[in-house]
Write a protein that binds this ligand. Structure first.
Ligand code: FEO
Length: 396
């Protein structure tokens, strides 16, 4: 059922309480998600975005309870990824001639997905659509986070329909940010930014500056996932500007994998050394094979530096650390430092390999790393504590 947002705008999306993974298994969504779609009823009736494919029939049936589908004058497709366009086919079967407003890239991608010659109307930044007492203005937002992404601004109600930007994978019945659990909300918002938007931070900054330069009043930001920012919507814009600016907190994360506990002992000793040297720093120790990969990425995003450890296995790294570093490389973190560590018995290549991987992922190496042969004893533990201390000192 729809939920009224203003006299003219109704939320007609889907809250997905059960979603645990997104983008295949690339992104964990332990707090569910939502696919937000909006129906505007002015002199013209406009639908903004749809929902993910598994909910296409439910979506269209619910939409029919809100309006006669034939009354829909325009469909706005802010972004063609299937979580927002998935119900288009089901909808267009009923209203095949309704114009779909999207960017030129959006039209290409929608054709590539659905292979239909729908009535696409391509728009650019600054193009407008009069819908009665309100006007829609389109703002292209390429690489936030796909080449086709755009936002739509509605005058009168002063709503920015931002699509993925400012969203979170967070299921909530109450819809508005001031009614959500704000600890959960911001945890999910930063996780979303860290895991999805980090590589596009330069575009984020430029786009926000451009939108702010329009001096448009913004009463609400209606995202395509999670809450609607109604209470002080500027707060999430400010957070995005902060996160896009090579974000780092006074935090060091020690990430490791271990076979027979030696690399774990190394990690714990080094964490001791770090906190001894710098009581102001937050230190977190994570076993990469036991913690969720996207939560680890969020910790890396928040850290000024990381220590990464793996035992040597078959002249290589453990799969948990190897896989994690592949993700880290793709996210193109900036302004972060690192060092490597690992236990070994025979060949002991892990630290050399970690150094190569960290360097190619854009991290500045603080030193050459440290290796421990077999199981650390008390003397070795002292050496590792000192390594952690020196690492923390080098970051001051
Ligand atoms: Fe929520 Fe890029 O799709």
């Amino acid at each position: 059922m729809g939920k009224k947002i203003t006299d003219k705008v109704t939320w007609v999306g889907k809250v997905d309480w059960e979603l645990t993974y997104f983008h295949g298994h690339e992104y964990s969504t332990f707090k569910g998600s939502s696919y937000n779609s909006y129906l505007i009823r002015d002199e013209k009736t406009v639908l903004i975005d749809t929902v993910w494919l598994p909910y296409d029939k439910e979506f269209v049936n619910n939409l029919k309870r809100e309006t006669d589908l034939k009354q829909i004058d325009y469909i706005i497709c802010n972004h063609s990824e299937v979580d927002h366009s998935g119900a288009l086919e089901e909808l267009m079967r009923e209203i095949p001639d309704t114009p779909i407003y999207c960017t030129a890239n959006g039209a290409k991608i929608l054709k590539g997905h659905y292979h239909k010659d729908w009535n696409f109307v391509t728009v650019k930044t600054g193009d407008t659509l009069d819908i009665g007492s309100s006007k829609l203005t389109f703002i292209e937002a390429p690489m936030l986070h796909w080449p086709d992404s755009m936002m739509t601004y509605m005058s009168g109600d002063n709503i920015l329909f931002s699509n993925d930007a400012f969203g979170q994978h967070y299921a909530t019945e109450s819809l508005f940010n001031d009614r959500a659990d704000n600890c959960e909300l911001f945890d999910q918002a930063i996780k979303y930014y860290a895991n999805i938007l980090t590589p596009f931070s330069r575009f984020v900054t430029k786009k926000i500056e451009e939108v702010l330069s329009f001096n448009l009043p913004v009463n609400m930001i209606c995202t395509s996932h999670g809450v609607i920012w109604k209470d002080n919507p500027v707060q999430i814009i400010e957070k995005y500007l902060e996160w896009a600016d090579d974000y780092r907190e006074n935090r060091i994360t020690v990430i490791y994998d271990t076979m027979w506990e030696s690399t774990r002992k190394m990690a714990e000793a080094m964490a001791k050394g770090i906190s001894g040297a710098d009581p102001s720093v937050t230190v977190k120790v994570i076993n990469a094979s036991k913690e969720d990969k996207n939560d680890i990425i969020t910790d890396i995003f928040r850290s000024k530096a990381i220590l990464v450890g793996s035992p040597t296995i078959n002249n290589n790294l453990s799969h948990a650390i190897g896989g994690l570093l592949e993700m880290v490389k793709g996210l193109k973190f900036k302004n972060k430092k690192a060092a490597a560590f690992g236990s070994y018995g025979w060949s002991g290549e892990s630290v050399k390999l970690l150094n190569e991987r960290l360097r190619s992922a854009g991290f500045e190496l603080v030193n050459d790393g440290i290796r421990s042969l077999w199981v650390p004893d008390e003397d070795e533990e002292e050496r590792l504590i000192n390594f952690g201390r020196d690492f923390a000192e080098a970051l001051k």
